[in-house]
Design a protein around this ligand. Sequence first.
Ligand code: BG6
Length: 491
Amino acid sequence: MTSQYSPKLPRSCDILVFGGTGDLALHKLLPALYHLHREERLPADTRIFALARRDLENGAFLALAERHCRAQVARSDFSTESWRSFAARLTYFAMDASQSADFGRLRRALKSSEGRVLVHYLATAPALFAPIAQNLSIAGLAGPETRIVLEKPLGHSLDSARAINQAIGQVFDESRVFRIDHYLGKETVQNLMALRFANALFEPLWRAGHIEHVQISVNETLGVENRGAYYDQAGAMRDMVQNHLLQLLCLVAMEPPVHYDAEAVRNEKLKVLQALRPIAGQDVQDKTVRGQYAAGRIGGQEVPAYWFEKHVDNDSDTETFVAVQVHIDNWRWAGVPFYLRTGKRMAKKCSEIVIQFKPVPHPLIDGSGGPANRLWIRLQPEEGISLQLMAKTPGKGMLLEPVELDLNLAQAFSGHKRRWDAYERLLLDVIEGDSTLFMRRDEVEAAWRWVDPILAGWREHYQSPRPYAAGSNGPEQAQMLLERQGRKWME
Ligand code: BG6
């Protein structure tokens, strides 16, 4: 195995995962670190500490971690030898993150961390972010070589996000704060930037003069799984729209940045968020749809309604689906609606962006007057780009039909090794100190500023979620949102 060390990597590093026995740590972070270890991408001298309240022996924790890694990692990538060497880097440390005395113990357990990059990964509830930052500071674990990673959602409103940012900012300067949105770590999402900014072809058309509307859908077949307690407080607007969908919208709508670096990219994304037309008052009812899944069938299996899920209130009115019509009030996008949609327990898992171009200005041929050209960017499960064009059908007469130019990115890069998980890429970026793919404080706050009035409108109008059958395409009101404007969701 040849070494893959990047020149930007520090020589030694300690990664502290707060919430070390939680879902995120076991399902995503540890498997990602295992992969990075196996492919020799971590600094040679890396130690990983999983921190949580549970009173566990180190051996018991390693067994738990191994079980999860085995389940998450492809068989061909898991070997006992790699696991053993990975486990040698991994230590469990039982502590209560709200108790400052425990941070003194932690500091002693780390022994000397001088000269080492120290990454604090807060995979905990946001309520713990501020106390952890303060305790780290008191314990002397927040020096210039330390970085803090905050998992979304950052707060549950603009005020709470500001309070968190304020408290974190008192300990860590902005360049050391990494607010994660794992969608930005997905290869496919980064490919969006490649498509737009490494090809001259689309740019002249990428504006109101040529684009009729845009759809961004992130649909899942999964329900809330074991996360009912968190999800029931959050709902789809806070869990998905405030972050992932708005980030995708930014990447589609932003101006080309001057450089590909953290400040330039994030400046342009921020401008999109600042240009979002506010949705408040009557518009909340006209431009948004919230839904909640009822019982139904997914993949031939009966699945229960949302309010039968574990840890969910049985009269919960939390939304598991959101559709919203968005306008970006700037020169490039004036008059172009962007339709965002996300839901759990939908008919199929797919994240995609559809750019619908305007019809030809003067239809010469019968049938060419409709909105013919459509760019379809598929983010998952398959990654691909297809462009719908009109073509003449074979035979006599000028009969037209839409056909697709289809690019499957997995096939195009089939010579490449395993696809990286978003967390692998993002963890390495944190270690290297590159925040291009992380959300800056002002971005997060601008997103909340737009989301808050919608949440308030739902509360004020007692807008309960519309039921939809699990395994369907969401509530019929979401279809009507587009039908009223002579459009439909592209399924
Ligand atoms: C997370 C949300 O951020 O993203 C989950 O909290 C959601 O509710 C998940 O299921 C979707 O991510 P992915 O990578 O599976 O599309």
